[in-house]
Design a protein around this ligand. Sequence first.
Ligand SMILES: Cc1cc2nc3c(=O)[nH]c(=O)nc-3n(C[C@H](O)[C@H](O)[C@H](O)COP(=O)(O)OP(=O)(O)OC[C@H]3O[C@@H](n4cnc5c(N)ncnc54)[C@H](O)[C@@H]3O)c2cc1C
Length: 491
Amino acid sequence: MLPYATAAGPLSIQPTSVARPVDADDVSTLLRWASQRGEPVVPRGAGTGMPGGNVGRGIALDLGACFRRMEPLDVFGRTVRVQPGVLAGDVDRAARLAGLFLPPLPSSADRCTIGGMVANNAAGARTFKYGAIRDWVQALDVVTADGSQYRLERGETVPPEFATLHTELEAELGNEPAGWPNVRKNSSGYALDRFLPEADAVQLVVGSEGTIAVVTSVTLMLAPVPQAQAVALIALRSLLDLPTLVQWAHDNSASACEFFGRRFLEVASLAHHVGAAGAVEGAEAALLLELDGDPDSVSAGADSLRRLARELGLHAIIGMEESDRRNLWSVRHAASPLIAESARSGLVSTQIIEDSVVPPEALGAYLSGVDEILHSADTDAVIFGHAGDANIHVNPLLDVGRSSWRERARALLKETVDLVADLGGTLSGEHGDGRLRAPFMEQIWGPKLAACFERTKNTLDPAGVLNPGVIIPCPHQDPLEGLWPQYSGAA
Ligand SMILES: Cc1cc2nc3c(=O)[nH]c(=O)nc-3n(C[C@H](O)[C@H](O)[C@H](O)COP(=O)(O)OP(=O)(O)OC[C@H]3O[C@@H](n4cnc5c(N)ncnc54)[C@H](O)[C@@H]3O)c2cc1C
């Protein structure tokens, strides 16, 4: 099987061929040829995406192999222009040498590309304060489905097909689409809520998962590294403590507000090198909060959080020095290798319901709803995520040795989709819809918005060559087509 047939997520589909373009002209030539023949093209960065947007029949278009140039930083303008195959972690490291950083850094930063981040509207723990990658993209070079090349800049005139689409959608939805989910972050559907107000084509391409354009260059904005930070790890006895602490994080502009469920903590505490994990052993859940800013405000914030934890009768460890902060953050990174390891014994952490986001006030209902679904399916799961943004990663541990595991996966997926639809959320806060979630678009978004997504795709890719089956489902598309047990991904 070609390496391009698999990715970090659970879906595997063999491509017919692989193309490794070296520049935008190559991408143009290939897309013109593919559009004329109706040959599908599946753009791909590093393959760390979960829901199968990076695998598919047709030509795997590898943008991670050659597009790896990073231009010198514009330190005063706080921007950097990179090709899409540059790794996110490399951008952040280069920025930090100049006292800057890339705020929405995902935990896969050392493996994933900037092109993949832009395509998925990826995010990270600090998205709580700083937004997702879409808020940090200033300009894009793209090749559209018919091979045309454009430079898209914020606030600039849009290319003709984007302008036509804007006029049509505006007539249908106005400037602010009614019924848009009230979520703090979103990587599902097309970002019509951002595109419509100012006809901003950059906003439409960000998060479009390689379905309307291939990104060949990205100009990123960077932020100054904060003067001071504090990190707090708080053990929770019950999920009832969650709303008070999350509200505190909102009110105090925390830079991160991360959630770890009980099973996650059990797994993390097995990693003996993670000192801080011991402090939350036995807890029902834990929250990790980060504060940043000037030293006085960070120190005042840490005191206020200490007081709140005392009032709630909770145990909080607060780290102000860099080594302590790193130790506390390491709890977040401890679980993935151990979860991947468990796959060898047949219990596979399965990323099929791993990225839902709900309105902030529905976080408790989502966590208890998921708990019920898992409980009635007699299935354990590792649960963690971005509590402040109500974007939770649920990774069911499925025993792939049992013949019924695929049916179990299908039932979990269906029940979770029903729950998210009831709560007014979407199925992706940061990983994208991919092939896995495309069949549920109408249920989640309703017929009107789903039809507008389809119109977006049809206007910008009339031959349907760019990543068919991603975001917009093909007729009778099976969300779990290509589900295979041998992968070892862990979000
Ligand atoms: C252990 C682990 C941790 C993770 N943590 C996070 C996290 O914290 N936050 C987060 O947001 N995600 C996370 N992810 C998911 C994933 O890393 C991100 O979504 C990442 O942005 C994908 O980048 P990639 O280069 O691997 O893209 P791929 O997986 O190769 O592709 C992803 C999508 O982008 C499209 N694409 C790729 N390049 C281009 C391009 N140049 N032009 C147009 N379309 C393109 C593909 O067609 C596909 O639809 C994690 C994944 C793993 C395995």
